[in-house]
Design a protein around this ligand. Structure first.
Ligand SMILES: O=C(O)CCC(=O)C(=O)O
Ligand SMILES: [Fe+2]
Length: 326
């Protein structure tokens, strides 16, 4: 049985881990030049904005998860002051000299540390990105507050699906690192890029988590894919956080809450920072469509441990969901 996430991922080649020293580059090197990014629209449609204190919150979150897979939340209880502190701490870390950041480079079989996104080996081109993946005590207050918020959101989502709290019995606020929810903080940095149309900040992907709480700070770059619309920019909304549905909630909800395809683009004037908080069950937890949902419909996905699913995703990326489909 898999007992730790470090056993799940195959080792990665160094050039898929170490980011560019962005302070030295004046143009996009061929290694980082992606074929056509395709056109996208901005501000045509706006994702739902949900006040978490709204008396209809369960219904609103349910509708947003069903029809968008992403929504903004206000009155989420995380103070602007803390959000600003995290952004400035992120900026401080990313502005360190490259040699210093490379001292905490993620190891080839590791999870945490400095480096390119974990999905890099799937692509021949490299992303215009650097990140710190954090577990444990760094930025402790933020992680504690985000965990509380995630538990609140989980209750709302579970309510919207009409499933019982026992179906997510691992989500005990007192759960420890092994038996409780798995949370990971990902600081993303997209330096201003001399040729943004040739670069890709983060490739299109769905998150593996149950859901992710993203803080975009002040610069646009996040895009989601909508059928019949294509890529749609989600501009940051001051004080709001963005929640997006990940694959594990897609499975738990029997595809009623589909995980949302998203990516990040870059620009040539602003150094963009984003902070993603991934919330997932422990790797030993079984994940399957909730028994309450399959009373009246057939299960679309087989049951497996979260660790097994994470392993399938690490090997097959966007094909993972179809590989566990019944
Ligand atoms: O930077 C963003 O807006 C998106 C980041 C993201 O999708 C991720 O970290 O998984
Ligand atoms: Fe993501």
């Amino acid at each position: 049985m898999i007992s730790s996430v470090t056993e799940i991922y195959p080792p990665v080649n160094l050039h898929h881990i170490a980011p560019l020293d962005f302070s030295l580059v004046r143009e996009v090197p061929d290694s980082h030049a992606w074929p056509q990014l395709g056109s996208y629209s901005s501000g045509v449609e706006m994702v739902p904005v949900i006040d978490l204190n709204d008396t209809n919150v369960v219904k609103l979150v349910g509708q947003a998860c069903e029809t968008w897979g992403v929504f903004n939340i206000t009155n989420h209880g995380i103070s602007n002051c803390l959000l600003e502190e995290v952004e400035s701490e992120s900026r401080r870390l990313f502005s360190l000299p490259s040699q210093q950041k490379l001292k905490v480079l993620r190891s080839p079989d590791g999870i945490t540390g400095y480096g390119l996104p974990r999905i890099s080996p799937f692509f021949s081109k490299i992303m215009w990105h650097e990140g710190f993946t954090i577990r444990g005590n760094v930025l402790e207050e933020y992680q504690k507050e985000m965990k509380k918020l995630a538990e609140r959101l989980l209750s709302v989502m579970v309510g919207a699906l009409g499933i019982a709290r026992e179906d997510v019995n691992w989500a005990n606020p007192l759960g420890d690192e092994v038996n409780g929810a798995q949370t990971t903080l990902q600081l993303n940095s997209y330096p201003a890029c001399p040729e943004p149309d040739r670069a890709m900040g983060m490739v299109p992907h769905t998150d593996t988590s149950l859901f992710t709480i993203l803080c975009q700070s002040s610069t646009s770059g996040l895009q989601i894919f909508r059928d019949e619309v294509g890529w749609l920019t989600l501009p940051p909304q001051t004080g709001a956080l963005t929640v997006n549905v990940g694959d594990l909630l897609h499975i738990l909800s029997n595809a009623r809450f589909p995980s949302v395809l998203h990516r990040a683009i870059v620009n040539n004037t602003h150094h963009r920072i984003s902070t993603a908080f991934f919330y997932a069950p422990p790797i030993s937890a079984q994940i399957s469509p909730s028994s309450r949902l399959i009373d009246h419909q057939a299960p679309k996905y087989r049951s497996m441990s979260c660790g097994e699913y994470i392993g399938i995703k690490a090997k097959h990326l966007e094909k993972a969901l179809s590989l566990v489909r019944l």
